[in-house]
Design a protein around this ligand. Structure first.
Ligand SMILES: [Fe+2]
Length: 303
């Protein structure tokens, strides 16, 4: 999916690429090597056993493509990790950091000859410990909780923290802490009229934040249904809505809610969220045609 995303630079002939967070995997898929050297793993509801290196390769790739980290472990390593939950977490963080470094390197290599910058932030699913290791390169710029120049006419603000979700993810804050944290970053914006805010979560009640209502008493949480249909509710951030209403940036970009693919207006500000279908192998995005003082047009893409 990330390779596909990078190739959009040529396909759509864009001047800049942006990612609004949640880039890392959600889970680890262990691949255990037994004492005879054969591998076993679980993927796509199936258990694979007695695999040779050659047989394992395509399955390992399919696991990675599905958005999980395939982790090769010996039986002893697997037993040790399972006996101590802290070790699973440490391995997960390590794999996240490796993936981020690999992707930043891949993006820099691809975009440097084209002179195209990529601006990105983490989301609520990306661990702070992993994001703390991120370093910007000349073309891949990490802008979480920062305001930087975007082009000659615009500046861009990045903010990846979200309000609490039923999934209890690593970068969530209660609303009363989220607003003040965002305000610290907003202070750095010189001229909202020429600013883009890239905030992982959408603002509340804008039509960009409609998601299934979940019952957190189950693990994992389950959608609440009524008359055989999923109940949909707004789940966006109130303080983001207030900040956009008050400061009126040119454009705001969001992710987070996979189900929503929508645009909206708050005053003069245009809000865009392309939604996500990555688990189905489909890349959702939006092409935005920006002029100094207005957004000329925008178009949602799927590919
Ligand atoms: Fe998210």
């Amino acid at each position: 999916m990330f390779r596909k995303f990078l190739s959009t630079a040529d396909f759509y002939q864009v001047d800049a690429l942006l990612i609004a967070g949640d880039v890392t995997a959600k889970t680890i898929a262990p691949i255990v090597q037994d004492r005879t050297g054969r591998f076993r793993t679980k993927f796509s509801g199936k258990t694979w056993e007695g695999l040779t290196e050659t047989e394992l390769k395509p399955i390992e790739q399919a696991i990675a493509d599905s958005g999980q980290y395939p982790a090769r472990l010996t039986q002893d390593e697997y037993d040790a990790i399972r006996s101590e939950p802290g070790r699973i977490d440490a391995l997960f963080t390590k794999m996240m950091i490796q993936q981020i470094h690999r992707w930043v390197e891949m993006a820099e290599k691809h975009l440097a000859p084209r002179g195209i910058p990529l601006f990105w932030i983490g989301g609520n699913d990306d661990k702070p410990e992993a994001l703390a290791q991120v370093q910007s390169t000349s073309h891949v710029r990490y802008i979480d909780e920062a305001v930087v120049p975007f082009d000659e006419d615009h500046e861009i603000l990045g903010f990846g923290w979200t309000n609490p979700s039923p999934w209890n993810t690593p970068r969530e804050l209660p609303e009363d802490q989220l607003g003040p944290r965002l305000n610290q970053v907003l202070k750095q914006v010189r001229d909202p009229e020429h600013a883009i805010y890239m905030m992982h979560a959408p603002p509340f009640g804008t039509g960009l934040d409609i998601a299934p209502k979940l019952d957190s008493s189950f693990d994992p949480p389950r959608p609440v249904t009524q008359g055989g249909q999923e109940v949909l509710i707004p789940v966006g951030v109130h303080s983001f809505r207030e900040a956009i209403k008050e400061t009126q940036p040119l454009l705001t970009l969001h992710g987070h809610i996979h189900e929503t693919r929508n645009s909206a207006k708050i005053g003069r500000s245009l809000l865009i969220d392309p939604g996500s279908e990555y688990s189905a192998g489909s890349l959702r995005g939006a092409i935005i045609n920006l002029e100094p003082k207005r957004v000329l047009s925008h178009q949602f893409t799927t590919g």
